[in-house]
Design a protein around this ligand. Structure first.
Ligand SMILES: Cc1ncc(COP(=O)(O)O)c(C=O)c1O
Length: 402
């Protein structure tokens, strides 16, 4: 098993060992790179840094440009790139059940980029199969994150938005069938499906089996990306029957966000894709980058990879599960209290998100507890996300106000 718990001393030792495998701006004569350690006037040296591997990595400022699941990539920072590979391996193989060496990926700036990267890859794949750009469509539910609309705009691909059921929040099959049929009548032949492991507003999980018939009928002319930016670090641990994983041959890629559930620094989205699809994002002109570039963003901080690696490895699977279970228990408590008050809500039982219709909570209370609306101008729903800092006391105060 790649994912196991390390004590803090072992964690520090491993990070420093890998950091020392990088070529260092301090110790080596690096003349060819447009990068350096962080500014010396602003970022001071402190004796505690020897005990602070993440901060030291930030100061050393390694660049993880390129894709480090390939054999060849930029050699200067190969030490910390190995930690990026290790954390991706945990996500792909432990959380999402991939078979070793059947996937690629990278640590992206966030879920937005990881989603766009997936659609970019599948658009290019279809184009290389001979598709014309106006024969390709992105299919997603109305509860999908706005990054999918951004991708459609950037990639010049039409999008098809499918209604979801008011109560279950599942994709409406009748609407899906009608819209696919209509799209086919209008010359669409290739489809990029976006499924959600945790929608932004409801934390709802799309049931792939409900749309299996559609995917089967489209066969090789469709690719499925799962946006697990919200649920990727919780749902696979809480639901032993999670269907959205690499075990399903119809799913081709995933986004996850370590800067949400995993409490990593911002800039830690994760993109994972089946081999050999990453090559469809290859930019041959990136010839000055050793191993070339396959990512949208290019340069990115190696310290972020170290932070995610450290979080995963200081928990290990057992403590990771214990942590998410405690969040689920607290979410259960909130739901019990709402039920007692006869307040309706939507919640997937394996998620830490509860959405309450706007009429049930006054704007004043929603604002006091910083609840997030689906729409700031005319809210229909408020959402509550149970994170590490949320306590039973805070929830009780909220319930009292209701
Ligand atoms: C389901 C989903 N996907 C993608 C994103 C985008 O993530 P980021 O803000 O990290 O780009 C979000 C953000 O909330 C999200 O909820």
């Amino acid at each position: 098993m790649a994912w196991k718990k390390h004590d803090q001393k072992a964690l520090r030792k491993k990070v420093f060992e890998h950091l020392n495998q990088n070529i260092s701006y301090k110790k080596n004569n690096i003349l060819g790179l447009p990068g350096s350690y962080l500014d010396r006037k602003v970022f001071f040296k402190a004796s505690f840094l020897k005990d602070a591997p993440f901060l030291t990595c930030m100061l050393e400022n390694s660049n993880h440009i390129g894709c480090h699941t390939f054999d060849e990539s930029e050699e200067v920072f190969s030490g910390t790139q190995k930690l990026e590979y290790e954390l991706l391996k945990i996500c792909a193989e432990e959380f999402l059940q991939a078979t070793p060496r059947t996937w690629d990926g990278y640590l992206a700036p966030g879920g937005t980029e990881a989603n766009i990267q997936a659609m970019w890859i599948f658009r290019n794949f279809f184009l290389q199969q001979g598709a014309k750009i106006d024969e390709i469509a992105i299919v997603h539910s109305q509860d999908t994150h706005y990054s999918v609309y951004k991708a459609a705009d950037l990639l010049n691909v039409d999008n098809i938005c499918i209604k979801t059921d008011d109560v279950t929040k599942q994709i409406n099959l009748v609407d899906l069938l009608e819209k696919i049929e209509n799209a086919q009548l209008h010359n669409k032949k290739f489809f990029i499906f976006i499924l959600n492991m945790g929608t932004t507003m409801f934390g709802s999980i799309d049931d792939i089996d409900e749309i299996r018939g559609v995917l089967d009928a489209l066969g090789d002319n469709c690719k499925v990306h799962v946006d697990a930016a919200f649920g990727g670090f919780i749902y696979p641990l809480t639901n032993p029957n999670n269907k959205l994983s690499f075990l399903d041959p119809q799913i081709h890629s995933f986004s996850m966000d370590a800067h949400k559930m995993l409490q990593a620094p911002y800039g830690t989205g994760i993109f994972l894709v089946r081999r050999p699809f990453m090559q469809y994002a290859r930019t041959k002109q990136a010839s000055y980058v050793h191993g070339e570039d396959y990512t949208i963003c290019g340069s990115r901080s190696g310290a972020n990879a170290v932070a995610v690696w450290m979080i995963l490895n200081s928990y290990g699977p057992q403590d990771g599960k214990k942590f998410v279970r405690s969040l689920i228990q607290l979410t259960d408590y909130l739901c019990e209290q709402l039920t007692k008050l006869n307040i309706e809500y939507f919640r997937d039982p394996f998620m830490n998100v509860v959405s309450v219709p706007a009429h049930a909570i006054s704007k004043q209370v929603a604002q006091k507890f910083f609840l997030v609306p689906d729409n700031h101008e005319s809210p229909k729903w408020w959402k509550i996300v149970i994170m590490d800092h949320v306590t039973k006391v805070a929830l009780s105060e909220f319930i009292d106000q209701l």
